[in-house]
Design a protein around this ligand. Structure first.
Ligand code: NAP
Length: 314
């Protein structure tokens, strides 16, 4: 039995790759309100999970599944989400919600029409220091923001060829996490002013990006994304207030430092927060589908200058 004596919500997974195994499976199992019934994936068969080759086979064997988390690459998310919604089940979308804004909006419309709950998840918004950062930012005028999101694609995304294919978003795949934090901590809309997109000659998506943005209030935001970072890996947002105070949100949102003093340094628990939120949405018959981080990436692709970068070989 889950909390309040209710039966746990029965969940199925589609796409049993890295994020499903690292985060979804343990987070569902760690939540008394949820029960992981089964998963499906063309090839991968994680130990201890009843797995099927596709959604139809999974739902035929387990019609009791009430909600489905889609953990595939983004390029096939819309087609899968459409099929899930047609069955009347609630949907949890991994980030980014789809390969394009049009597809994301279409999923939202379908979910509304069918009356199912939709969570377009942004796991970084659930990092432990994000809410304290949002509060700090809301209490003072801001002078500037700088984002450094620099990681080694060979270390973190081995074998994930889809990242450099059309719709894979390249370095924006991790970079969009910083934009999900940015759009959570700022009230104003963020506009892209300039973007340099370095695209390897054998790829369809950028491996490095330098981007300048601005808010309606007029302060500058600079973002530097690098998928070729070796050595120290950086997932940081630096914020300076008009009065010269300095806030650093680092390690993807788990650590917070203000004027050199560490105020938060916690373990990452993003997916347990996300699943608790998903459960809550379903209980309240609500959805959470904010596409503003995807819109910034789309704007960067609309406005950006494409610069040929050396061939990328994994
Ligand atoms: P991944 O390791 O490549 O896993 C993707 C999985 O999707 C693969 O296991 C693949 O199955 C499965 N798949 C492909 N086509 C399918 C289909 N038609 N039906 C069902 N399953 C299908 O990628 P990932 O790192 O888990 O990333 C998946 C999503 O999670 C991406 O949107 C990514 O941005 C997001 N995410 C990733 C991370 C991370 O650290 N990796 C963190 C947060 C969010 P087979 O293996 O069976 O062929």
């Amino acid at each position: 039995m889950g909390l309040f004596g209710k039966k746990p919500l029965k969940i199925g997974l589609i796409g049993l790759g890295k994020i499903a195994v690292d985060q979804h499976i343990p987070s569902i199992r760690g939540n008394k309100n949820l029960e992981l019934v089964a998963g499906c994936s063309p090839h991968t068969r994680p130990e201890g999970v009843k797995a099927y080759p596709d959604m139809d086979a999974m739902l035929k064997a387990h019609p009791e599944i009430e909600a489905i988390a889609i953990c595939t690459p983004p390029q096939i998310r819309h087609k899968i989400a459409k099929a899930v919604i047609a069955t009347g089940r609630h949907v949890f979308l991994e980030k980014p919600p789809a390969a394009t804004l049009g597809e994301a909006e279409a999923i939202k419309t379908l979910a509304q029409a069918k009356g199912v709950s939709l969570l377009a998840s942004w796991h970084s918004r659930f990092a432990p220091a994000v809410e304290a950062t949002r509060k700090w930012v809301s209490e003072r005028p801001i002078k500037n923001i700088t984002i450094h999101w620099k990681e080694n694609v060979r270390q973190w995304h081995p074998g994930q060829a889809w990242i450099f294919e059309p719709g894979g978003m390249g370095v924006f795949d991790p970079g969009i996490n910083s934009l999900s934090i940015l759009t959570r901590i700022l009230k104003d809309a963020v506009m892209v002013k300039k973007a340099d997109l370095h695209i390897p000659v054998n790829c369809d998506a950028p491996i490095q990006v330098e981007m300048d943005m601005q808010t309606e209030a007029g302060f500058p935001i600079r973002a530097e994304y690098d998928f070729l970072q070796t050595g120290i890996q950086t997932w940081s947002i630096y914020i300076e207030s008009a009065a010269g105070e300095k806030l650093t949100l680092s390690m993807g949102g788990t650590e917070l430092e203000i004027d050199g003093k560490t105020l938060i340094k916690e373990k990452e628990t993003e997916y347990s927060g996300l699943y608790a939120h998903f459960y809550d949405l379903i209980q309240k018959k609500e959805s959470d589908a904010d596409f503003s981080p995807l819109r910034i990436v789309a704007d960067a692709m609309l406005l950006g200058k494409r610069i040929a970068a050396p061939e990328y070989i994994e």
